[in-house]
Ligand binder design. Structure first.
Ligand code: MTE
Length: 300
Protein backbone atom coordinates (compact mmCIF):
# COMPACT_ATOMS: atom_id res chain seq x y z
CA UNK A 1 0.00 0.00 0.00
CA UNK A 2 1.70 3.18 -1.10
CA UNK A 3 0.71 6.15 0.97
CA UNK A 4 2.42 9.48 0.64
CA UNK A 5 2.12 11.93 3.42
CA UNK A 6 3.66 15.29 4.02
CA UNK A 7 7.07 14.19 5.22
CA UNK A 8 9.12 17.09 6.47
CA UNK A 9 11.58 14.94 8.39
CA UNK A 10 14.93 13.68 7.26
CA UNK A 11 17.91 11.87 8.71
CA UNK A 12 20.33 13.02 6.04
CA UNK A 13 21.90 15.27 8.64
CA UNK A 14 22.61 12.62 11.23
CA UNK A 15 23.67 9.69 9.07
CA UNK A 16 25.94 10.32 6.13
CA UNK A 17 23.78 9.45 3.17
CA UNK A 18 26.21 6.99 1.62
CA UNK A 19 26.58 4.98 4.78
CA UNK A 20 22.84 4.90 5.14
CA UNK A 21 22.18 3.80 1.56
CA UNK A 22 24.81 1.08 1.83
CA UNK A 23 23.27 -0.22 4.99
CA UNK A 24 19.85 -0.22 3.40
CA UNK A 25 21.11 -2.14 0.41
CA UNK A 26 22.84 -4.67 2.63
CA UNK A 27 19.73 -5.09 4.73
CA UNK A 28 17.50 -5.42 1.71
CA UNK A 29 19.49 -8.47 0.72
CA UNK A 30 19.78 -9.90 4.20
CA UNK A 31 16.70 -12.03 4.63
CA UNK A 32 18.34 -13.64 7.65
CA UNK A 33 17.84 -10.45 9.58
CA UNK A 34 14.14 -10.99 9.19
CA UNK A 35 13.28 -7.44 8.32
CA UNK A 36 12.17 -8.17 4.78
CA UNK A 37 12.70 -5.94 1.81
CA UNK A 38 13.03 -2.23 2.37
CA UNK A 39 10.93 -0.27 -0.05
CA UNK A 40 11.35 3.15 -1.51
CA UNK A 41 13.93 5.86 -1.16
CA UNK A 42 14.12 8.05 1.87
CA UNK A 43 12.18 11.17 1.02
CA UNK A 44 14.32 14.24 1.15
CA UNK A 45 12.91 17.21 2.96
CA UNK A 46 13.63 20.16 5.10
CA UNK A 47 12.79 20.44 8.75
CA UNK A 48 13.46 18.39 11.83
CA UNK A 49 16.35 16.03 12.36
CA UNK A 50 15.79 12.49 13.58
CA UNK A 51 17.25 11.49 16.88
CA UNK A 52 20.30 9.27 16.94
CA UNK A 53 19.91 5.53 17.46
CA UNK A 54 21.66 5.97 20.81
CA UNK A 55 19.03 8.49 21.97
CA UNK A 56 16.11 6.44 20.68
CA UNK A 57 17.34 3.30 22.45
CA UNK A 58 18.49 4.68 25.79
CA UNK A 59 15.62 6.94 26.91
CA UNK A 60 12.53 4.76 26.98
CA UNK A 61 9.21 4.07 28.62
CA UNK A 62 8.59 0.33 28.90
CA UNK A 63 7.23 -0.28 32.37
CA UNK A 64 7.47 -4.05 31.94
CA UNK A 65 11.18 -3.47 32.64
CA UNK A 66 10.93 -0.73 35.26
CA UNK A 67 9.91 2.90 35.53
CA UNK A 68 13.29 4.59 35.09
CA UNK A 69 14.03 5.87 31.58
CA UNK A 70 17.21 3.75 31.55
CA UNK A 71 15.58 0.53 32.80
CA UNK A 72 14.37 -0.74 29.41
CA UNK A 73 17.88 -0.55 27.95
CA UNK A 74 19.32 -2.11 31.11
CA UNK A 75 16.89 -5.01 31.42
CA UNK A 76 15.06 -5.65 28.13
CA UNK A 77 17.89 -7.87 26.88
CA UNK A 78 16.31 -10.62 29.01
CA UNK A 79 13.30 -10.80 26.69
CA UNK A 80 13.15 -13.73 24.26
CA UNK A 81 11.71 -12.38 21.01
CA UNK A 82 12.00 -15.48 18.85
CA UNK A 83 9.78 -17.27 18.11
CA UNK A 84 7.02 -14.66 18.29
CA UNK A 85 3.44 -14.78 17.19
CA UNK A 86 0.38 -12.58 17.36
CA UNK A 87 -3.00 -14.05 18.12
CA UNK A 88 -5.67 -12.27 16.11
CA UNK A 89 -9.25 -12.92 17.16
CA UNK A 90 -12.69 -11.42 17.54
CA UNK A 91 -14.54 -9.99 14.54
CA UNK A 92 -12.27 -11.34 11.82
CA UNK A 93 -12.81 -13.90 9.09
CA UNK A 94 -9.57 -15.76 9.75
CA UNK A 95 -8.84 -15.82 13.49
CA UNK A 96 -5.64 -17.54 14.46
CA UNK A 97 -2.05 -17.39 15.58
CA UNK A 98 0.10 -15.49 13.11
CA UNK A 99 3.86 -16.05 13.21
CA UNK A 100 5.70 -12.75 13.00
CA UNK A 101 8.38 -13.98 10.61
CA UNK A 102 5.66 -15.23 8.27
CA UNK A 103 3.74 -11.96 8.56
CA UNK A 104 6.85 -9.98 7.66
CA UNK A 105 7.54 -12.11 4.60
CA UNK A 106 4.18 -10.99 3.25
CA UNK A 107 4.67 -7.31 3.97
CA UNK A 108 6.69 -4.61 2.28
CA UNK A 109 8.77 -2.96 4.95
CA UNK A 110 8.81 0.81 4.47
CA UNK A 111 10.65 3.57 6.25
CA UNK A 112 8.51 6.12 8.08
CA UNK A 113 10.21 9.05 9.75
CA UNK A 114 7.70 10.17 12.37
CA UNK A 115 7.51 12.65 15.19
CA UNK A 116 7.00 10.85 18.48
CA UNK A 117 5.44 12.85 21.34
CA UNK A 118 5.19 11.40 24.83
CA UNK A 119 2.38 12.61 27.10
CA UNK A 120 5.16 13.61 29.53
CA UNK A 121 6.03 16.43 27.07
CA UNK A 122 9.28 15.11 25.64
CA UNK A 123 9.62 14.15 22.00
CA UNK A 124 11.86 12.52 19.43
CA UNK A 125 11.93 12.03 15.69
CA UNK A 126 12.25 8.34 14.85
CA UNK A 127 12.95 6.63 11.51
CA UNK A 128 10.81 3.51 11.89
CA UNK A 129 10.72 0.54 9.58
CA UNK A 130 7.43 -1.26 9.38
CA UNK A 131 4.19 -1.83 7.51
CA UNK A 132 0.67 -0.54 7.80
CA UNK A 133 -1.51 -2.06 10.49
CA UNK A 134 -4.30 -2.11 7.87
CA UNK A 135 -2.30 -4.66 5.88
CA UNK A 136 -1.97 -6.95 8.89
CA UNK A 137 -5.68 -6.66 9.66
CA UNK A 138 -6.44 -7.49 6.02
CA UNK A 139 -4.62 -10.81 6.47
CA UNK A 140 -7.12 -11.70 9.18
CA UNK A 141 -10.11 -10.21 7.31
CA UNK A 142 -11.91 -7.40 9.14
CA UNK A 143 -15.65 -7.96 9.55
CA UNK A 144 -18.06 -5.08 9.01
CA UNK A 145 -19.35 -5.05 12.58
CA UNK A 146 -15.83 -4.53 14.05
CA UNK A 147 -15.55 -0.97 15.41
CA UNK A 148 -12.41 -1.08 17.55
CA UNK A 149 -9.07 -2.86 17.72
CA UNK A 150 -7.72 -4.02 21.09
CA UNK A 151 -4.01 -4.74 21.60
CA UNK A 152 -2.16 -6.65 24.29
CA UNK A 153 1.54 -6.81 25.21
CA UNK A 154 3.27 -10.01 26.28
CA UNK A 155 2.93 -11.05 29.93
CA UNK A 156 6.10 -12.84 30.98
CA UNK A 157 7.27 -11.78 34.45
CA UNK A 158 10.24 -14.21 34.31
CA UNK A 159 11.77 -12.03 31.61
CA UNK A 160 9.99 -8.74 32.22
CA UNK A 161 11.07 -7.87 35.73
CA UNK A 162 8.78 -4.84 36.04
CA UNK A 163 5.77 -7.17 35.78
CA UNK A 164 6.66 -8.57 39.21
CA UNK A 165 5.42 -5.27 40.64
CA UNK A 166 1.87 -3.94 40.40
CA UNK A 167 2.87 -0.71 38.63
CA UNK A 168 -0.10 -1.09 36.31
CA UNK A 169 -2.51 -3.94 35.77
CA UNK A 170 -0.61 -6.38 33.52
CA UNK A 171 -0.59 -7.07 30.67
CA UNK A 172 -0.33 -3.59 29.13
CA UNK A 173 -3.35 -3.04 26.87
CA UNK A 174 -4.34 -0.38 24.36
CA UNK A 175 -7.00 0.27 21.78
CA UNK A 176 -7.86 2.24 18.66
CA UNK A 177 -11.08 3.04 16.87
CA UNK A 178 -11.31 1.10 13.61
CA UNK A 179 -10.81 4.14 11.36
CA UNK A 180 -7.72 5.09 13.38
CA UNK A 181 -6.36 1.57 13.10
CA UNK A 182 -6.95 1.48 9.35
CA UNK A 183 -5.44 4.94 8.77
CA UNK A 184 -2.33 4.63 6.58
CA UNK A 185 -0.20 6.53 9.13
CA UNK A 186 -0.75 3.76 11.70
CA UNK A 187 2.01 1.20 11.42
CA UNK A 188 3.37 -1.94 12.99
CA UNK A 189 7.04 -1.12 13.49
CA UNK A 190 9.62 -3.86 13.20
CA UNK A 191 12.79 -1.81 12.98
CA UNK A 192 14.56 1.50 13.54
CA UNK A 193 17.29 2.89 11.25
CA UNK A 194 17.04 -0.27 9.15
CA UNK A 195 17.92 -2.57 12.05
CA UNK A 196 15.52 -4.96 13.78
CA UNK A 197 13.60 -3.24 16.58
CA UNK A 198 15.71 -3.14 19.77
CA UNK A 199 14.07 -4.93 22.71
CA UNK A 200 13.71 -1.68 24.68
CA UNK A 201 11.67 -0.17 21.84
CA UNK A 202 9.16 -3.03 21.76
CA UNK A 203 10.72 -5.93 19.88
CA UNK A 204 9.91 -7.68 17.76
CA UNK A 205 6.80 -5.74 16.75
CA UNK A 206 4.91 -2.74 18.15
CA UNK A 207 2.24 -0.29 17.17
CA UNK A 208 3.14 3.30 16.18
CA UNK A 209 0.35 5.91 15.96
CA UNK A 210 2.23 9.17 15.34
CA UNK A 211 -0.59 11.65 16.01
CA UNK A 212 -1.33 10.27 19.49
CA UNK A 213 0.62 10.43 22.74
CA UNK A 214 3.31 7.76 22.90
CA UNK A 215 1.53 5.50 25.36
CA UNK A 216 -0.99 4.56 22.65
CA UNK A 217 1.94 3.03 20.69
CA UNK A 218 1.90 -0.31 22.51
CA UNK A 219 5.06 -2.42 22.45
CA UNK A 220 5.80 -6.13 21.99
CA UNK A 221 2.29 -7.01 20.82
CA UNK A 222 1.06 -10.62 21.21
CA UNK A 223 -2.67 -10.22 20.80
CA UNK A 224 -5.03 -8.20 18.60
CA UNK A 225 -8.80 -8.43 19.05
CA UNK A 226 -11.40 -6.82 16.81
CA UNK A 227 -14.47 -5.82 18.76
CA UNK A 228 -17.57 -3.61 18.69
CA UNK A 229 -16.91 -2.23 22.18
CA UNK A 230 -14.36 0.42 23.19
CA UNK A 231 -11.48 -1.66 24.57
CA UNK A 232 -9.65 -0.97 27.85
CA UNK A 233 -6.41 1.03 27.70
CA UNK A 234 -3.85 0.77 30.51
CA UNK A 235 -3.28 4.45 31.33
CA UNK A 236 -6.91 5.39 30.79
CA UNK A 237 -7.96 2.62 33.16
CA UNK A 238 -5.46 3.78 35.78
CA UNK A 239 -6.16 7.51 35.63
CA UNK A 240 -9.14 8.33 33.34
CA UNK A 241 -9.10 12.02 34.24
CA UNK A 242 -5.51 12.36 33.05
CA UNK A 243 -5.32 9.97 30.11
CA UNK A 244 -8.24 9.76 27.71
CA UNK A 245 -8.99 6.88 25.36
CA UNK A 246 -8.22 9.04 22.33
CA UNK A 247 -5.09 10.83 23.59
CA UNK A 248 -4.55 12.74 20.38
CA UNK A 249 -1.62 15.13 20.69
CA UNK A 250 -3.27 18.49 21.34
CA UNK A 251 -1.40 21.62 22.47
CA UNK A 252 -4.72 23.24 23.49
CA UNK A 253 -5.77 20.56 25.97
CA UNK A 254 -3.44 20.44 28.96
CA UNK A 255 -2.77 17.46 31.13
CA UNK A 256 -4.32 18.23 34.55
CA UNK A 257 -0.81 18.51 36.01
CA UNK A 258 1.19 20.14 33.20
CA UNK A 259 0.92 22.09 29.96
CA UNK A 260 0.92 20.29 26.63
CA UNK A 261 1.61 23.46 24.64
CA UNK A 262 5.33 22.78 24.27
CA UNK A 263 7.76 19.88 24.36
CA UNK A 264 11.43 19.15 24.94
CA UNK A 265 13.12 17.29 22.10
CA UNK A 266 15.44 14.66 23.50
CA UNK A 267 19.06 15.18 22.51
CA UNK A 268 19.01 18.96 22.54
CA UNK A 269 20.82 19.18 25.86
CA UNK A 270 19.50 20.17 29.26
CA UNK A 271 19.15 23.85 28.42
CA UNK A 272 17.70 23.47 24.95
CA UNK A 273 14.65 25.57 24.15
CA UNK A 274 11.28 23.93 24.27
CA UNK A 275 9.52 23.72 20.93
CA UNK A 276 5.80 24.25 20.27
CA UNK A 277 3.68 21.11 20.20
CA UNK A 278 1.73 20.76 16.97
CA UNK A 279 -1.94 19.83 16.68
CA UNK A 280 -2.18 16.07 16.09
CA UNK A 281 1.62 16.13 16.43
CA UNK A 282 1.95 17.72 13.00
CA UNK A 283 -0.34 15.26 11.19
CA UNK A 284 -3.45 17.45 11.24
CA UNK A 285 -3.84 17.47 7.49
CA UNK A 286 -3.92 13.69 7.42
CA UNK A 287 -6.06 12.90 10.46
CA UNK A 288 -8.24 15.89 11.48
CA UNK A 289 -11.15 14.55 9.42
CA UNK A 290 -11.35 11.48 11.69
CA UNK A 291 -12.49 13.76 14.52
CA UNK A 292 -14.74 16.19 12.68
CA UNK A 293 -17.59 17.32 14.89
CA UNK A 294 -16.04 15.80 18.04
CA UNK A 295 -15.44 17.97 21.09
CA UNK A 296 -11.73 17.31 21.60
CA UNK A 297 -11.76 18.70 25.14
CA UNK A 298 -14.33 16.10 26.09
CA UNK A 299 -12.91 13.25 24.01
CA UNK A 300 -9.30 13.98 24.91
N1 MTE B 1 4.05 -0.37 25.68
C1 MTE B 1 4.17 -1.22 26.72
N2 MTE B 1 3.86 -2.51 26.55
N3 MTE B 1 4.60 -0.82 27.95
C2 MTE B 1 4.90 0.50 28.20
O1 MTE B 1 5.27 0.83 29.35
N4 MTE B 1 5.05 2.77 27.28
C3 MTE B 1 4.42 3.69 26.33
C4 MTE B 1 4.57 3.21 24.88
N5 MTE B 1 4.27 1.79 24.78
C5 MTE B 1 4.79 1.43 27.12
C6 MTE B 1 4.37 0.94 25.85
C7 MTE B 1 4.91 5.05 26.45
S1 MTE B 1 4.40 5.92 27.82
C8 MTE B 1 5.73 5.62 25.50
S2 MTE B 1 6.13 7.28 25.56
C9 MTE B 1 6.28 4.82 24.40
O2 MTE B 1 5.91 3.45 24.47
C10 MTE B 1 7.79 4.92 24.39
O3 MTE B 1 8.32 4.32 23.26
P1 MTE B 1 9.90 4.33 23.01
O4 MTE B 1 10.54 3.86 24.28
O5 MTE B 1 10.15 3.43 21.87
O6 MTE B 1 10.27 5.76 22.71
Amino acid sequence: MAFRWKNDLTHADVTPENAWLNRRQILAGAAGLGIGAIAGPVMASDGLEPNTLEEITSYNNFYEFGTDKGDPKRYAGALTTEPWSIEIDGMVDRPGTYDVTEIMEQMTIEERIYRFRCVEAWSMVIPWNGFELADLLALAGVQDRARYVAFETLYRPDEMRGQRFPIIEWPYVEGLRMDEALHPLTIMATGIYGKPLPNQNGAPIRVVVPWKYGFKSIKSVVKITLTDDEPPASWNRLQPREYGFYSNVNPNVDHPRWSQATERKIGGGLFSKRIPTLMFNGYEEEVARLYEGMDLTRYF
